[in-house]
Design a protein. Sequence first.
Length: 202
Amino acid sequence: MKTNPMYSDKKRKIISDYNSSFKYYDKRYKEIQLKKYARFFKKLKIQKNILDAGCGTGLLLEYIFRVQRRFNYLFAKFRYVGVDISLNMLKKFHLKLKALGNPRFVNLVLADIENIPFREDVFDEIFTITVFQNLDDIERGLDNLISVGKEKFDIIISILKKAPDVKHFDRLVKSKLEKYDFDYTHSLEDNIIWGPIIKKEN
């Protein structure tokens, strides 16, 4: 599978790795990811329009179904958009959706967070879990996500603690969040940050 020639070597390798590992991704990472979701979902209320940036095989949506247990409400009120750079991960996610009857409130998009294909002021809540260490330009990625959030929206981000840019990332997030929870005392592999965004005027 060819990748965009404009992508860096780092990003092309990431795409290749995920396109190769999609078959066993859930078996290898599901429990790890579910523990991360459990940390921040205690304080969250699911909002109407959600962006899952770096959705992979759909583990976050599966978790939302599990914790909500109010499927009629979700179908009526909830809109979920999953974005990922790996086509094979999205194909696996799509198979899960087929098993659920292809819910109309779910849309999957093949895209890059650093070049996100949405208009501004769309989403009430944005998740991006264990993604930012894969970006070439973390500030561009964060600014893109902020741009597609509504005037007031919540963002939930995590980054691997071992990522080379983790300190720079933490500083960037702190400069753009109004108030936030910063969860770094746990035994998980990520730093988790969540809170409301300040939309600064140009």
